[in-house]
Design a protein around this ligand. Structure first.
Ligand code: BGC
Ligand code: BGC
Length: 718
């Protein structure tokens, strides 16, 4: 539809029809309204069959058949024939489930992440979905928060890179392309910083910290073209994000020029009453609307109060047409006026879902997402070794992780299945404990381990221990899993631990008692096959952590890009009066950027084209990397910068670039990074971007604790 006809359409709409476009409800409302019944949920929201005929958006719904039915019935009753927009959470795959986002981040592979989003979009689009509530780009530092599994980690730059990849994957160049869906970046803003790691708890960061560290990844998603933004549950500077005009109008619309659609999180408009910044639902509707929030998800503030607010001139009336126009434009861009069913096709669902190519990508992404944390020369395993698999994940199919509501366990390959496919003989397993760590067949597990040359321990958390509402104060292996570890350790057999989990765990004990540790996260549909190929050396592990692993929960949050303090711990001579713990190191157990390979990479000295960077002229730094081992491997070369002195406190190190290279044994390659003035800048106390003259350290290495650096100077007037 052309722009003028959209405007004409807008002019013909009644106020009820317009408000309807600003509402999103679950599919059962529409199904019930087809039956003509008023149900409990309708009553709770305060909506009736009459009003449902205007509601413009649907949340979280199954396949093509259901969507076609609802759309058809809806259009038959809608006065202006404006199609419904179907949205849902396609977070790491639709039917073919990829590793959880935190794991995908550990691939450090932007193209791979883009491809997984592309496939997720293809599968979701044939099921009739139009918008996914992804990417989730919240910066996360606290593994007690269960939703760290949905983010790509603790680094603002890396999160921005992956945000871009995901948006380009979902939306491609244009939404006209077959197999695309629109992306909705979330949760705007700073949802990943709840105090104490408790979900939905207070977030309190300064505006400067927000702008410097939390906002850039959302902005990167929008620069890549994301069509929608979801507001977060939390408050930002004392005002709930959903009603925060400074954030939604000031930053998003005025400063970033975003003219797409905003949607609240689930019920977050009416939750302003619980936040106690709105006195009642009407007040909440007023605040959200005046903050320029377009769509209200799953609560009844707009539907019940917006009309009165507008008619009484209690809100800016012009916003209504602006909001509705944005929503109509998105529906138009998706081609829904021409074809309201878009790519929904029961036939295509059969061929596209879980296709051979999609499974192959799921396997490759699980290869690249897994991180080898420890290896005392035990891995790769030898096919002749007599192995047993012990632990609750030995033959478990629930390895897709949270947000895999369309994935099926029967389509998923367990670790046992994957290993048997490689060694071509049956493997004995015993769980020892269930996923919660309650004892099952402990004695059998020990008896079995006694027979083996090598014990594979398959441990971890159940999926529902992480994800939304999945905050925990104890981030050790649940229940008696550590006792199982102790008992097996007593047998003095070599132990390979394979971990399935949605957050960095406290694995200090496991680390001491295992000869090798493979962090598998929740690896998805092809998990078992991918892990087996890694364990047996068919594929060389290349994942690198994007979130630090603490030594224990008391250190949390522990992250590599922390700020300089006035009393840093400088050396190993004991001094009580420095920033430290009496009972633990400051550093994490495994740092950001860390991961092992079956080969070794040696770094030459860092070379620089010049020591001086100016506004006009950047420099190049390079390093020669050699594969000194016996097998080919992939290395992620990481660039970190430290600002030596600045007007505000800066992190001790910040990731500013990375490159992946694949090297055969004895092969070398020179990796070069460009250093520009923009990479040296920061947000100053007046909230402006600035680059201050002075010295900087440039680190190039294989993880965030790398120590090799060169020093450069930035001069702004040359
Ligand atoms: C979550 C969002 C999600 C929405 C819709 C909310 O509870 O916070 O991430 O997109 O539900 O399912
Ligand atoms: C302490 C202060 C104290 C001062 C003088 C500092 O180390 O932080 O509380 O008053 O020493 O003794």
């Amino acid at each position: 539809m052309k722009e003028v006809s959209l405007k004409q359409l807008l002019n013909t709409m009644t106020i009820d029809e317009k408000i309807g476009q600003l509402i999103q409800l679950a599919p059962f409302f529409f199904q019930d309204s087809i039956k003509g019944e008023i149900t409990g949920p309708m009553r709770d929201i305060g909506i009736d069959v009459d009003k449902i005929k205007y509601v413009g958006n649907v949340l979280g719904i199954g396949g093509a058949k259901e969507k076609r039915m609802i759309q058809e019935d809806y259009l038959a009753h809608h006065p202006n024939k404006i199609p419904l927009l179907f949205m849902g959470d396609i977070i790491h795959g639709y039917k073919t489930i990829f590793p959880i986002p935190l794991a995908l981040g550990c691939s450090w592979n932007k193209d791979l992440v883009k491809e997984t989003a592309r496939v997720a979009a293809k599968e979701a689009s044939v099921a009739g979905l139009h918008v996914t509530f992804s990417p989730m780009v919240d910066l996360v530092k606290d593994p007690r928060w269960g939703r760290v599994m949905e983010s790509t980690g603790e680094d603002p730059y890396l999160n921005g890179e992956f945000a871009e990849s995901m948006v380009l994957g979902y939306q491609s160049e244009s939404l006209d392309e077959v197999g695309t869906i629109a992306a909705c970046v979330k949760h705007f803003a700073a949802y990943g910083a709840p105090e104490g790691g408790r979900d939905y708890n207070t977030v309190d960061v300064s505006k400067r910290v927000l702008m410097q560290y939390y906002l850039p990844a959302y902005q990167k998603a929008l620069d890549a073209g994301a069509k929608m933004v979801m507001t977060s549950f939390n408050s930002v500077d004392g005002i709930p994000a959903t009603g925060n005009r400074w954030l939604l109008k000031g930053i998003l619309r005025d400063s970033w020029k975003f003219n797409g659609v905003t949607v609240s999180d689930y019920g977050s408009v009416v939750e302003m009453v619980e936040h106690r910044t709105a006195e009642n639902k009407k007040d909440a509707a007023k605040q959200a609307f005046n903050a320029t929030l377009d769509i209200e998800m799953m609560s009844g503030a707009y539907v019940n109060h917006l009309k009165t607010l507008i008619e009484n001139n209690e809100v800016e009336k012009a916003f209504l047409d602006e909001s509705v126009y944005r929503i109509l434009s998105l529906k138009n861009e998706l081609g829904l006026f021409e074809n309201p069913y878009r790519f929904a096709s029961e036939e295509k669902e059969k061929t596209v879902h879980l296709s051979k190519e999609h499974r192959a990508l799921a396997k490759r992404s699980a290869h690249e997402a897994s991180v080898l944390l420890k290896n005392d020369s035990l891995l790769p395993l030898n096919e002749k070794q007599n192995i047993v698999i012990i632990g609750p994940y030995a033959d478990e199919h629930s390895i897709m992780g949270p947000w895999s509501w369309q994935g099926s366990e029967t389509d998923t390959i367990s670790l046992k299945q994957g290993i048997e496919a490689i060694i071509k003989r049956p493997v004995k397993t015993a769980s020892g404990t269930n996923l919660k760590g309650e004892l099952t067949d402990f004695d059998e597990a020990i008896a079995l381990a006694k027979e083996a040359d090598v014990v594979i321990l398959a441990l971890g958390e159940p999926a529902h221990y992480s994800g939304e509402g999945g905050s925990r104060t104890n981030i050790k292996l649940p229940g008696k899993q550590e006792s199982l570890l102790e008992a097996i350790h007593q047998l003095s057999k070599p132990i390979v631990s394979v971990l399935f989990n949605g957050r960095p765990l406290d694995i200090k004990n496991l680390n001491e008692k295992s000869n090798a540790i493979l962090e598998a996260w929740f690896p998805g549909t092809e998990g078992g096959n991918a892990l087996a190929e890694l364990l047996y050396g068919y594929v060389n592990p290349s994942g690198r952590l994007t979130m630090s692993f603490p030594r224990n929960v008391g250190q949390v949050p522990v992250y590599y890009n922390h700020f300089s303090t006035g009393r840093p711990k400088k050396n190993h001579n004991y001094n009580r009066y420095v920033s430290h713990y009496l009972d633990e190191e400051n550093s994490p157990l495994y740092p950001f950027g860390f991961g092992l390979s079956y080969t070794n990479f040696e770094y030459g000295t860092i070379q620089e084209s010049s020591h001086v960077v100016t506004e006009k002229k950047g420099i190049e730094v390079s390093v020669e990397v050699t594969n000194t081992g016996k097998v080919a491997g992939k290395e992620t070369v990481q660039l970190y910068i430290r600002d030596d002195f600045a007007s505000v406190i800066r992190p001790v190190k910040e990731l500013k670039g990375f490159k992946q290279i694949e090297l055969n044994p004895q092969e070398k390659r020179t990796v070069t990074f460009k250093i520009k003035d923009s990479m040296l800048g920061f947000i100053d106390q007046s909230l402006n971007k600035t680059v201050e003259p002075g010295t900087f350290k440039i680190y190039v290495g294989n993880h965030s604790e790398t120590s090799a650096f060169i020093e450069i100077t930035y001069k702004n007037k040359v």
